[in-house]
Design a protein around this ligand. Structure first.
Ligand code: ZN
Length: 529
């Protein structure tokens, strides 16, 4: 609430105060003083109350912290009906007289404390118009009402103070809910409880739907009315500091929710704005031992990390768990003794002891630019979120050759195809091979539900419960590097053949093992690879 509106009226409060021993709440007085003075002065002008009565009302206002409309009815100056009639006549408002006219479902979508503070109710809506009613409707928070409801056309009406109270009681007693803010929080909490990674709020013609992404798949969570949809969308836009009035252009933002960082993307569709929320844990509690590497893979990776130089990459599609693996590696590094940087877009986890830098291409803070500056900061370890361009890849790989440990992720099928991706970016193949320390590729496969053995039960709904990571980990020792270099004109298959000849089990083989061991199904294995 903007106090500046009332600043010119604070003089009232100052002149009254010395008269009374108990000190009134400045908050209450400053929020309601204007309304009281408008009404009292009009009543005096109309000859309904005397100056002495006015003073009595002012005294009750401050001492009892009661609103003027309540005092007028309490003192018998008006009844509920006659109060509305006088307000209609005197100020030209139309009125809402009975609770039957009020849409309780609309009331409960607003925060209760906002309704009681300003003493109003969103009474009903018709098309693109919302009707708000209040016994003292002079300074209503119309901007906030528009933000919450998504409706800018507001018609203000008068009602009795009792109607506001009855409507609020009815709305919040029935559901014990705190309006749209609490409803939005509940959705996010539910998603977190169900281990969802994303929440989708999808508009459509008749009603809207909320879906969660759990174990990599979308699942229906709840259908909502299009009005509720509008309110939630606006609430999320407010939380993530997006422009409420902008509905034609996509917007991105973020906000904090408990220990989570929520990334928000809003995009206009033909039925309204579709919102996607990504749920990210702020603190990172994975460790290399727990991410699902087999004993041999863990040993290879630990040795590569210990060398503290060279190039380590993790390949895989989006959602394969690459970032989890990278952060598990970063946590393995003695961060007290080493200067560790991460350059990301966006920073996905907050970790103590790492200098984390967020890319911002809008202001020219790009991967190559940050990388060049980081190299002047005496780094030991650099994690570059993703290598997508020649310049960054070139800087990163040359740094790996000059005594730095460089980590990255790359969008590629497996280790062999990642090598060719780097070459296709324009990296000299021989420099690349010389820099390599360890190549990892991975997938997350859904696990067959142990409860029903994949026959679909109440716990899993679709036969799957939880996911497990599958890895391919290749250590580039001098022998392997020489073999690759000697080969010359590479193809993915030739490189894979060299890996197998060196005794490595590849991603494909590891996925087949998971199928054979009954951890996942053949279809799921084929789907992810
Ligand atoms: Zn099951």
């Amino acid at each position: 609430m903007c106090n500046s509106k009332y600043s010119s009226l604070f003089s009232f409060e100052i002149t009254y105060s010395p008269k009374f021993n108990n000190s009134p709440s400045i908050e209450f007085v400053s929020h309601n003083l204007y309304e009281m003075e408008v009404i009292i002065r009009a009543l005096e002008e109309d000859g309904i109350i005397s100056k002495r009565k006015s003073e009595e009302i002012r005294k009750l206002f401050i001492e009892k912290e009661k609103r003027v409309s309540e005092i007028l009815i309490e003192l018998g100056i008006f009844g509920e009906e006659s109060f509305c009639e006088w307000m209609e006549r005197r100020f030209g408002f139309r009125s809402i007289r009975s609770i039957e006219e009020v849409e309780i479902s609309l009331v409960k979508l607003f925060p209760k404390n906002m309704l009681t503070q300003f003493m109003f109710i969103p009474a009903k809506h018709e098309g693109s118009k919302i009707f708000v009613a209040s016994p003292e409707p002079f300074e209503l928070p119309t901007k906030k009402i528009s933000e919450i409801s998504g409706i800018t056309n507001i018609e203000v009406r008068v009602c009795s103070p009792n109607l506001v109270k009855t409507a609020i009681d009815k709305a919040f007693h029935e559901l014990q809910e705190g309006g749209i803010e609490e409803f939005t929080n509940k959705i996010i909490e539910e998603a977190i409880n169900k281990n969802a990674t994303d929440i989708h709020i999808i508009p459509s013609e008749k009603e809207s739907i909320i879906k969660f992404r759990i174990d990599g798949r979308l699942k229906n969570f709840q259908k909502i009315s299009n009005l509720t949809f509008q309110l939630i969308t606006n609430r999320i836009k407010v939380l993530s500091h997006l422009d409420i009035s902008e509905r034609r252009m996509p917007q991105d933002g973020r906000f904090s929710f408990k220990n989570y960082d929520i990334r928000v993307s809003v995009i206009p569709t033909i039925y309204g704005e579709k919102t996607a929320l990504r749920i990210l844990k702020k603190s990172f509690d994975f460790s290399l031992q727990k991410i699902g590497l087999n004993e041999n893979q863990l040993k290879i990776l630990k040795e590569s990390i210990k060398k503290q130089s060279g190039f380590i990459f993790v390949a895989g599609p989006t959602g394969a768990g690459k970032t989890t693996t990278i952060y598990s590696i970063l946590l393995e590094i003695p961060r007290d003794e080493l200067n560790v940087f991460s350059i990301e877009d966006p920073v996905e986890y907050f970790v103590d002891g790492i200098n984390q830098i967020q890319i911002n291409s809008e202001i020219g803070l790009t991967f190559p630019k940050v990388l060049r500056h980081v190299l002047r900061q005496d780094p030991d370890v650099i994690f570059v979120g993703e290598l997508r361009d020649f310049e960054s890849a070139d800087i990163a790989i040359k740094s790996a050759l000059t005594g730095h440990l460089v980590l990255t992720t790359i969008h590629a099928k497996d280790v062999a195809s990642a090598i060719l991706r780097f070459v296709n970016l324009g990296i000299n193949p021989y420099i690349l091979i010389s820099s390599l320390s360890c190549g990892i590729s991975q997938r997350l496969v859904r696990k067959i539900c142990q409860n029903c053995r994949g026959n679909k039960c109440d716990v899993c709904k679709d036969g799957f419960l939880g996911r497990e990571a599958v890895f391919e980990v290749i250590h580039f020792d001098d022998k392997l590097k020489e073999a690759i270099k000697e080969k010359g004109n590479w193809t993915e298959d030739e490189i894979r053949k060299l890996f197998r000849e060196s005794g490595y089990s590849l991603l494909e083989d590891e996925i087949k093992k998971k199928v054979k061991d009954g951890i996942t199904t053949e279809e799921e294995g084929k789907f992810v690879f």
